[in-house]
Design a protein around this ligand. Structure first.
Ligand code: AMP
Length: 181
């Protein structure tokens, strides 16, 4: 199946003023309701990483878990969960960051990664980049490396993907929306 950016974008619904006035929320539930589109998204990521040297999939709470689990299964790699505070039961590391919506935190288990590990980080969307950059700091604190950060959607106007490139984190997204789209 050939990746068709146009048909993927038509399945991402813009919801103005959610969850706060001024924010256009990019709702991916129509995409997840389409088995054909989900297969197209998963297959393009699987093809991109199938022969890469990644050792782990890192998935961001919560929508990153959906793709993260599919990729971990298909690529036969361990799945590491980056979770909202208070969800992981054992010894954790925590990083704080700013989002479009306010202050947030992300946590990972201390024993989830070690030196030499190469992580493919996954989320559904890059906005300000705060979430992925915080997860990237956790990966580095554990001595591991980020192979690439990938998401379905980039919102380039919010500057996240540029911040990630500036931080030397290779970044890949399947489609992008400008603010007026
Ligand atoms: P950021 O850390 O600013 O890059 O935000 C990325 C995270 O917040 C992702 O986990 C997204 O699911 C969520 N997010 C941020 N902005 C939006 C948006 N406009 N539409 C949908 N999800 C968003």
């Amino acid at each position: 199946m050939i990746f068709d950016e146009y048909s993927i974008k038509t399945l991402i619904r813009p919801v103005p003023d959610f969850p706060k006035p001024g924010i256009i929320f990019r709702d991916i539930t129509p995409l997840y309701r389409s088995p054909r589109a989900m297969r197209m998204v998963a297959d393009s990521l699987i093809q991109r990483y199938v022969e890469s040297p990644i050792t782990h999939i890192g998935a961001i709470d919560a929508r990153g878990f959906l793709l993260g689990a599919v990729l971990a299964y298909e690529l036969n790699k361990p799945l590491v969960l980056f979770r909202k505070p208070g969800k992981l039961p054992c010894d954790t590391l925590c990083e704080s960051y700013e989002t479009e919506y306010g202050e947030a935190q992300v946590e990972v288990h201390r024993d989830a990664l070690k030196a030499g590990d190469q992580v493919l980080l996954l989320d559904d969307l890059i906005a300000t980049g705060g979430t992925l950059l915080a997860a990237a700091r956790l990966i580095k604190q554990l001595g591991a490396e980020i192979y690439e950060a990938a998401a379905i959607i980039d919102l380039p106007d919010l500057g996240g993907s540029r911040k990630m490139q500036n931080a030397d984190i290779p970044t890949f997204t399947l489609c992008a929306f400008e603010a007026d789209e």
